[in-house]
Design a protein around this ligand. Structure first.
Ligand code: AMP
Length: 113
């Protein structure tokens, strides 16, 4: 757990969340400011500050993150969805604990702004 990390505090239950899924490696909860009818965040329990912090030793957990994202999306009734993982402030990252957005429930345009 990283000190002063919002998502580490959510995993620890120190900050409440609308949790949808949890196992030994990953945690998923609804985004507090949804950008679509369905907007879920899935995160590794281990603190990694973003995609660029992923090393070879994390490949199993990051693969699981992707697999569980699909599982949660389907469980929530989404067959079509978008996964977004921002790296760095200019890409839109505001919370520096690796997370994947699962977004869906409406048609999504491309490219993003
Ligand atoms: P990003 O901009 O990619 O770093 O995404 C961070 C996301 O975390 C944003 O979509 C926020 O709305 C979301 N967020 C921030 N605080 C909370 C919170 N307490 N509970 C749920 N989602 C949050």
């Amino acid at each position: 757990m990283a000190k002063d990390c919002l998502f580490c505090k959510i995993i620890a239950g120190e900050i409440p969340s609308d949790k949808l899924y949890e196992d030994d490696d990953v945690f998923a909860f609804r985004d507090i400011a949804p950008q679509a009818p369905m907007h879920i965040l899935i995160i590794p329990k281990q603190h990694l500050h973003g995609p660029e912090a992923v090393m070879e030793e994390h490949e199993r957990v990051i693969g699981k993150l992707m697999r569980k994202a699909d599982y949660i999306a389907k469980k929530e009734g989404l067959s079509h969805y978008r996964l977004v993982c921002n790296n760095g402030a200019d890409a839109g990252q505001t919370v520096f604990h690796l997370h994947m957005h699962i977004i869906g429930g409406r048609p999504l345009s491309w490219p993003p702004g």
